[in-house]
Design a protein around this ligand. Structure first.
Ligand code: ZN
Ligand code: ZN
Length: 186
């Protein structure tokens, strides 16, 4: 996933905008990886900030194949992220690094080589961080019946409410009849 910076690399403050639509591998952390169900969409702007440095700012969007933690059904999880990353020219290694444009935030810089910046790692990282801890197909997902395992999104089962679950069963029943508009009271 690369940005062509050949038109801006010799002109300070020049910028170029790109829209990319490319396939990437799995996203997420080890042990909790999700496969995109289509290409990742990226809009990004690269700006020449002087001294061979490029600032890339952008947004990424992906749809991932996920499994609901409550009802175990597969669903498409949409994730969006924003990223901002400074890149320095990888060929400037010989001389001491100059501070570019008052940017003393100390964030780690990545390198680019030649006329292209590879933003793939940044895009993958920002999207991976945007994956929620809990994967739920819908806020209204009712999950599975603990007794018979039926997917309660498809209708209630005939299981008697478990002792101690009366309150929950009542809420589910109200929610079902009113099509998910039940007020949740504690
Ligand atoms: Zn679900
Ligand atoms: Zn049941």
């Amino acid at each position: 996933m690369r940005i062509d910076i050949s038109t801006i690399k010799d002109t300070r403050s020049a910028s170029v905008e790109v829209e990319l639509c490319e396939s990437v591998g799995h996203l997420g952390a080890a042990g909790r990886e999700l496969i995109p169900s289509g290409p990742v969409e990226v809009r990004a702007r690269a700006t020449n900030t002087g001294h061979g440095a490029m600032l890339v700012q952008g947004k990424a969007r992906a749809s991932l194949k996920a499994t609901c933690d409550r009802c175990l059904a597969p669903f498409d999880l949409g994730v969006e992220s924003e990223f901002e990353q400074q890149y320095k020219n990888g060929r400037d290694d010989g001389r001491p690094r100059q501070t570019a444009g008052g940017d003393d935030s100390g964030q780690d810089e990545r390198e680019y080589h030649g006329d292209f910046i590879d933003i793939g790692p940044e895009v993958r990282e920002s999207l991976s961080l945007a994956i929620p801890m809990k994967l739920v197909c819908s806020d209204e997902c009712r999950g599975l019946c603990p007794s018979c395992g039926r997917n309660l999104n498809e209708g209630l089962c005939d299981c008697p409410a478990a002792p101690g679950d009366i309150r929950l069963a009542a809420l589910l029943d109200i929610g079902f009849r009113e099509n998910g508009k039940a007020d949740r009271k504690d």
